[in-house]
Design a protein around this ligand. Structure first.
Ligand code: 5GP
Ligand code: MN
Length: 349
């Protein structure tokens, strides 16, 4: 595996770990496998190095990640605000994983941004704007977990990676690559997987727990969404799914139940991108995915206060579900210029 990291950054990473005993690890709100995998992966490593470590996150983890070792030790800001404040204020070092801007931490943002301690960022989103002493920002990486592994290896800690840490790191790589189906052309990620499997990780269990563990209601909700709430826009090669609060309630929606839904329409031959709008309690959550380098991150940035990666991005809209839909439909054609010149026939039947 090539060492592509800046050696000064790696040395500074090691120096800060040496210097500080109390370390807080944190990630973005509505955490996914990569956010939790990278923070918990570091948590187990740093604990084995004798550090006093805590994972402090904005809101609860989805049920599909509760199998991860250390999940129960995570301190959730929406549940234990004063305790989070104490941990953050007592920390000498904060390591931030899998986000590029403070806004992604929601109500936890002021606490983390305001902390005067040393900070390290490990992230794979574009255009990071976070103040820190050391920034590992590599948008070409499949996942924050891949990057975390590379940082750990470059710092000489591979031998200290235990089964728990390896399990968490491989989980983030698996969830962000959808079990090695997207962002997985770099041969080195298979070497990283091999190094993690060498630690005894049960890959099948990760796939079963993190990607294939739905409830009956959730399965029905997703089926309903595809059958009744999916619209195809032929000229723009776009698929749009819109789920209202009533739709969600009908299937007793729980956090994480629609994870992966936005990917489904991309299976239709000829569809270039997919947009999913979900009416949450505080905003409309927008999720987007694409193929052929179609820049859905621009759509999220321009219309939905968000961003992310070129072909997997998200955002939030403040207004009604109908307004959110209208804003998108009004601007959809603006993005037609990014469609590939040669398109497959759209297979509708
Ligand atoms: P998802 O659709 O799974 O929620 O997110 C896809 C990608 O977009 C992830 O890499 C995530 O970090 C990013 N993303 C999701 N929601 C937001 C958001 O509200 N703001 C920004 N800046 N990025 C987001
Ligand atoms: Mn990620």
């Amino acid at each position: 595996m090539k060492n592509i990291l800046n050696s000064e950054d790696v040395n500074e990473f090691k120096r800060l770990l040496d210097k500080h005993e109390r370390i807080v690890l944190t990630c973005h709100m509505r955490p996914d496998g990569d956010a939790i995998g990278s923070t918990l992966g570091l948590y187990h490593l740093l604990k084995s190095l004798g550090k006093e470590v805590n994972v402090v996150i904005p809101d609860r983890i989805p049920r599909s990640l509760s199998f991860l070792p250390g999940a129960k030790e995570i301190v959730v800001h929406t549940q234990y605000d004063p305790y989070c404040s104490r941990l953050v204020n007592e920390a000498g070092l904060i390591i931030m994983c899998d986000f590029n801007t403070a806004k992604r931490q929601g109500d936890l943002a002021p606490l983390i941004s305001g902390a005067a301690c040393d900070k390290i960022l490990i992230d794979h989103h574009r255009e990071p704007d976070i103040e820190c002493n050391v920034m590992f920002s590599y948008p070409e990486m499949s996942s924050a977990c891949e990057l975390t592994f590379r940082v750990i290896a470059a710092a000489g800690f591979y031998s200290a990676v235990n089964l728990e840490s390896a399990t968490c790191l491989l989980t983030g790589i698996i969830t962000d690559t959808q079990n090695f189906t997207v962002n997985c052309n770099n041969p080195e990620i298979y070497e990283i997987m091999m190094r993690l499997l060498d630690k005894g990780v049960d890959k099948k269990r990760i796939v079963d727990e993190a990607l294939k563990s739905t409830s009956f209601d959730a399965l029905r909700l997703n089926s309903f969404a595809l059958l009744e709430r999916l619209t195809i826009f032929e000229r723009s090669r776009c698929a749009l799914i819109v789920l209202s609060k009533e739709d969600l309630e009908q299937f007793k929606y729980q956090k994480g139940d629609t994870e992966g839904l936005v990917n489904m329409p991309l299976n239709i031959r000829g569809i270039v991108y997919s947009v999913f709008m979900r009416e949450d309690s505080d905003c409309i959550k927008v999720s987007t995915r694409s193929k052929f380098d179609f820049p859905v991150c621009d759509i999220c940035k321009d219309l939905f206060n968000g961003g992310g990666h070129l072909m997997a991005a998200g955002g939030e809209f403040y207004g009604t579900l109908e307004q959110c839909r209208e804003v998108f439909l009004e601007h959809m054609q603006d993005y037609d210029k990014h469609l590939p010149a040669r398109l497959d026939k759209l297979e509708l039947r």
